[in-house]
Structures are given as structure tokens and as C-alpha cells.
Design a protein around this ligand. Structure first.
Ligand SMILES: C[S@@+](CC[C@H](N)C(=O)[O-])C[C@H]1O[C@@H](n2cnc3c(N)ncnc32)[C@H](O)[C@@H]1O
Length: 383
């Protein structure tokens, strides 16, 4: 019986062979040649029965869509749909998306769709999730700078978890919604999505944008006793440069590490505005930056210096660390503090800080003098 089923599948696949790329590694760096006038290459990973890819490809004939699916029984349905639609701009790869780097040259892909990826709910299986940082880094290699991942799911837990993974892998997260179709059908639906929509399940969606210089090099940590050496070395660099350690809870004037650490961690009793200072460590465990996240309710930070303050070590600037650091802090605001927006402030003449803040599509609210009379910009970021 199984043999007959397999033979039947093989015959169906053979009929659609023009759409199947059997050796995708041979197309590496040359995918655009498959479609005359091709403007860009996009992927759908785990396309299932292909409703989304076939309809999106119909709407955008100058885009080459490459649909990846490791279950041939589902993919053949997608291929037959593409064949019936006469689509010339779709190709299929019957394999595990994990091998993506062998198929696409760096920067060859402009967008990746992850639609209703399997949630793999057990933490032991987290590595199989298509939004695991291991996968996200593989995608980053294939994506052009500014390339996007469009992620949709009905699974709230997977969505929340994924929002926290994107910044770790060097992406800025935008257009976050937990009810995509709340105001009526929005965009092309997948097969799974249509079913969930009919059941009244809200659909989550976000867009993760690959940064130009980001590669997930940093981790945030609460300062601990064993960080004393790194923290003092960081302080020394600022003292030498004659700069305040913004976002480091007054580190430049601190004399006792443990006293500073307790206050920085928000453990001191009498703080007017509660907050936590994180230190940002690179892969070698060296302190690259500091960021302070205020935990006070929105009403309180309306009038304060904003939700997040940060700095990068003076000798390590212009390497994308500030953007990565801010992305991690904003993810913390969204995931741990449950905020939907955050205010960010910077000096009006601080071009580097302005660039970093605008990377996260922050909207300029106003300019006002701060308590010391310096002109300050106030931005609002939707998380
Ligand atoms: C829940 S289905 C969703 C299908 C389709 N995207 C939709 O929304 O209707 C997830 C699909 O992803 C495929 N998939 C999961 N992990 C994959 C991987 N690592 N590589 C390729 N396909 C994968 C599964 O075989 C399955 O068909």
C-alpha cells in the first residue's frame, strides 16, 4: 500500500518537474536567471499546500518565489496549484530549510516568509522552531541588508518567544500585531490561516528587519559581583574620554563596586524612578555598552528622560553595537515589562543617537530643553 502511495506521489511530482529545483545548490548566486526581468527573490519556508505563495506570486509577477517544504505530500499540492495557475515565477525545493546557506549566496534574498511555522512547544525542541536564533542567523546570511522576515502565527507563545529571538539574531522588529485581521482581512491568507480565521482565532504578525551591521554579538546581563573587572575597565574608558556613562546609573562617579551594583540593579530602596541597568557583553565577555531601562509606569516617564538610556564604550563606536544594544533593550521592554511603546530621548545634536533611535522607526514627538537647558529630542517607538 505504502509503495503504491509513493509511486503515485512520484508520478504527480514528475508531472510538475518544471517547478522543482532538484539541486538548489547549483542555483546559488543565480536564482534571478530563472525569471526574465526578475526584481527580487523571496522565500517561503514551510509552504505547506502553497496557497500563500501561489496567490502572492500571482500578484507580484516580477518577484521569484522559492517555496521550501520538507514534506513532499504537502508540497505536491502546492506545486499542482502553481502549475494550474500557470505561475512562471515559483520554484519549489523539497528539503529541510536548515540547508538554506548552501542554496543562496549572501544577500541574494530580499524577503523570507514564515507562515504558521510548527510551534514545537517543548523547550527541548526549541531548536527546531524556524524562529530559533540558529535559523535566524542562517537567514541573515542569505538576506540582503535591510532584508525582511515576515512572520505570522496563531500561536501566542511562539510569537512572544520569537519576538525575543529576533533582536538576539540582529533583527529589528516592526509592525507587531496580535490581531492582524481585527479590522477585516489583511493580506493574502495561507491555508492554515484561513482555517484559524474562520474559527475566530486572532493571528499574530510582525516584520523582522535585518540590520546592516548587526550580527547578534551582544548579550545583556544584570551586573553581578564577578563583573567588577569589566565594569571598572568600562568606567576607565569614559573617564579617559571625559564623557558621562549614559545608561550606567552614575558609574563615572561610583567608588564602591558593590554599592553601585546594588543601585544599578534597582535593588536600592529610595529611587525616584525605578530602573535596571544592564551591562552588554560581547562574545568574549568584554563590556561593550550599558543600558538602563526604567520600570516606572508610563505616566512617570512622560516627564523623565525616557524609557531607555544607553551608551557604548568610546573606542568601540561605529560598529553597530548601539543599534544592537537598543534592540535588546526594546525587546526587554516589550516582553518583560509588557510595554506597547517606549519613549527615547537624546540630545538634539547627537547625530549617532538619532540614527540609532530612528533605526527602530521611532516617531519624533517634539524638541524641548532638558533640566540643564540643553535641547533634547523625544521619540516614541511602537514595540
Ligand atoms: C503548520 S504548517 C503551515 C503550512 C503553511 N505555511 C500554511 O500556513 O498553511 C508548517 C509547515 O512547515 C513545514 N516545515 C516545518 N519545518 C520545516 C523545515 N525545517 N524545513 C522545511 N519545511 C518545514 C512542515 O512540513 C509544514 O508543512
Amino acid at each position: 500500500m505504502r509503495m503504491r502511495k509513493k509511486a503515485h506521489l512520484d508520478r504527480r511530482l514528475a508531472r510538475q518537474s518544471a517547478l522543482l529545483v532538484e539541486r538548489p545548490e547549483d542555483c546559488r548566486g543565480r536564482w534571478r536567471e530563472l525569471l526574465p526581468g526578475c526584481g527580487e527573490v523571496r522565500l517561503e519556508l514551510g509552504c505547506g499546500k502553497g496557497r500563500f505563495t501561489v496567490e502572492t506570486a500571482r500578484r507580484e509577477p516580477q518577484v521569484l518565489f522559492v517555496a521550501v517544504e520538507r514534506v513532499a505530500d504537502a508540497m505536491i499540492v502546492a506545486m499542482e496549484r502553481a502549475g494550474a495557475a500557470g505561475a512562471e515565477n515559483i520554484r519549489f525545493i523539497d528539503a529541510d530549510a536548515r540547508a538554506l546557506g548552501e542554496w543562496f549566496a549572501p544577500g541574494e534574498v530580499s524577503r523570507i516568509y514564515l507562515n504558521f511555522s510548527d510551534p514545537w512547544p517543548s523547550s527541548r525542541q526549541a531548536k527546531r522552531r524556524l524562529t530559533h536564533p540558529d535559523f535566524l542567523r542562517r537567514y541573515a546570511d542569505a538576506l540582503a541588508p535591510g532584508g525582511e522576515i515576515h512572520f505570522k502565527t496563531d500561536n501566542q507563545d511562539l510569537f512572544t518567544w520569537s519576538l525575543f529571538q529576533f533582536p538576539k539574531a540582529g533583527y529589528a522588529v516592526e509592525q507587531v500585531t496580535r490581531d492582524l485581521h481585527g479590522g477585516g482581512v489583511n493580506g493574502v491568507m495561507t491555508d492554515y490561516e484561513e482555517k484559524f480565521y474562520r474559527e475566530g482565532k486572532p493571528i499574530c504578525r510582525c516584520v523582522a528587519v535585518k540590520g546592516e551591521t548587526l550580527s547578534a554579538r551582544l548579550t545583556l546581563a544584570r551586573p553581578r559581583p564577578e563583573h567588577e573587572g569589566q565594569v571598572w575597565a568600562y568606567r576607565r574608558r569614559f573617564l579617559d574620554a571625559g564623557e558621562p556613562c549614559v545608561g550606567a546609573a552614575g558609574l563615572e562617579t561610583a567608588e564602591d563596586y558593590e554599592a553601585w551594583r546594588v543601585a544599578a540593579a534597582g535593588e536600592a530602596e529610595a529611587e525616584a524612578v525605578k530602573g535596571i541597568t544592564f551591562i552588554a557583553l560581547d562574545e568574549a565577555g568584554e563590556m561593550v555598552g550599558a543600558v538602563r531601562v526604567r520600570q516606572s509606569p508610563e505616566g512617570e516617564w512622560e516627564t523623565s528622560g525616557g524609557q531607555v538610556a544607553f551608551s557604548v564604550r568610546p573606542d568601540l563606536r561605529r560598529r553597530g553595537y548601539a543599534t544592537e544594544l537598543l534592540g535588546l533593550a526594546l525587546a526587554y521592554c516589550r516582553e518583560e515589562l509588557g510595554l506597547e511603546r517606549a519613549r527615547l530621548c537624546c540630545r538634539d545634536d547627537d547625530a549617532a543617537a538619532i540614527r540609532t533611535i530612528r533605526h527602530y522607526k521611532a516617531a519624533l514627538e517634539d524638541r524641548a530643553a532638558d533640566s540643564q537647558g540643553r535641547l533634547t529630542r523625544r521619540y516614541l517607538v511602537t514595540l
